[in-house]
Design a protein around this ligand. Structure first.
Ligand code: GLA
Length: 394
């Protein structure tokens, strides 16, 4: 995001709070969406992922109250949702407010709720919703960071990532892993985050895209994806079943060498699910190694191989995502893949700076020819994780 549009978002967040609650906020916090460069569905298998935080953010303007009332407003939805800190119950939280209020509930599992005070929260965002760019993690992480500070909870970022995940798993009801929240909290400009989802250790790895004259395009297919839907949960169940039959704690514990045994013991479909995870974990490590030793253009083939594995073995791609990927490749992208949970949402393409416009126009043309909804195509860059913001300068 350019400096000025970020300033605009901060100003919008401040004004929105004042118009909803009739008072100035005490502070502004923000958290980004994410793009996963590689490592899909590996997080809940204790494996590796390599996401970036992107230059699109959710801003939360917040102010403590003197009572125990919680009020939340979102510029994307009409009305203010009001409830009380006492008696917050996961089952009663629904709709968009389940994300911010779910974080309050999850924080209360980690710290004594008696220490909390009521709070007013106003959310504004330029992270596209439903595109697989983790607009939900951006909400969770901005709110978690704001409340951690306003309530003096002293929780570290890895704990805040778990809080966001807990809110999503229990309150929203989506059985997702820890990748999105980790990316949103731990991102760094021009760096990817190598995430070990078993130890929760992370390492920032320089991408070097700019020096290499490369950039990432997001192709939002504008077809729906919902993690609370059956597809994500059923992939997760297959992975857990595969691990059980093969006698390991998680699929992370398997290597390529274990695949022939897996092929004998598992039904064909479960075997393909397992093969995706095993090969994808290796591709994450190979991508990071290639980045370090040969530079970013060497990562392209791993991205493309990841897409094939998601399309054929994990079966989470769609005709729109496949077309986005194949046309990007035909138009000269160094690598391309769907990103995120799948079943719709977005693909990414690694392109030379000079090719970005041609690739974008060519993909749009192919979508038109195929009779698909026009995609939304835009560049993203690796950006800073969640942070407290300064007041917008006028
Ligand atoms: C969604 C989930 C993540 C992860 C990805 C797939 O984004 O929220 O935890 O599982 O799908 O890699």
């Amino acid at each position: 995001m350019t400096g000025s549009s970020h300033q605009d978002l901060l100003q919008q967040g401040t004004d929105f709070f004042a118009s909803e609650f009739g008072i100035q906020p005490a502070g502004l916090w923000s958290a980004p969406g994410r793009v996963n460069i590689i490592g899909e569905h590996t997080d809940y298998n204790d494996g590796f992922a390599f996401p970036i935080a992107i230059d699109k953010r959710t801003v939360v303007a917040a102010r403590c109250r003197t009572d125990r009332t919680l009020r939340v407003a979102s510029s994307a939805y009409p009305g203010v949702v009001e409830t009380s800190l006492d008696g917050l119950d996961p089952g009663s939280l629904t709709g968009w407010s389940a994300y911010p209020l779910g974080v309050v509930w999850a924080l209360a599992q980690a710290a004594p709720a008696a220490a909390f005070t009521g709070v007013d929260l106003a959310l504004s965002s330029d992270v596209p919703a439903g595109a697989g760019l983790s607009s939900s993690a951006a909400v969770e992480c901005s709110v978690a960071l704001a409340l951690n500070e306003l309530w003096n909870l002293g929780l570290g970022r890895p704990e805040l990532a778990r809080i966001g995940q807990l809110a999503e798993n229990v309150v929203v009801g989506a059985p997702t892993g820890i990748m999105d929240q980790s990316a949103s909290l731990l991102g760094k400009p021009d760096h990817g985050i190598l995430l070990d989802c078993r130890t929760l250790q992370t390492e920032s790895v320089a991408l070097g895209f700019r020096d290499a004259g490369l950039g990432l395009l997001v192709i939002d297919t504008r077809t729906s994806h919902s993690h609370a839907d059956g597809g994500y949960a059923s992939r997760r169940r297959s992975c857990e079943q595969g691990a059980r039959v093969l006698g390991v704690k998680a699929l992370r514990d398997l290597d390529g060498i274990d695949l022939p045994r897996a092929a004998k013991l598992l039904d064909q479909q479960t075997f393909r699910r397992v093969r995706h995870i095993v090969t994808e974990n290796q591709r994450v490590l190979d991508t990071v190694a290639a980045l370090r030793t040969a530079g970013p253009s060497a990562t392209g083939p791993f991205l493309s191989a990841s897409h094939v594995s998601m399309r054929d073995d994990f079966e989470i791609s769609t005709p729109e995502l496949d077309l986005a990927v194949s046309s990007a490749q035909d138009l000269g992208a160094l690598g391309a893949r769907m990103t995120g949970g799948g079943f719709g949402g977005a693909a990414i393409a690694l392109v030379r700076d000079g090719d970005a416009d041609t690739v974008a126009a060519g993909i749009a043309r192919e979508f038109f020819r195929a009779g698909f909804t026009a995609p939304h195509i835009f560049p993203v860059s690796a950006s800073a994780g969640a942070r407290r913001e300064q007041w917008p300068s006028s």
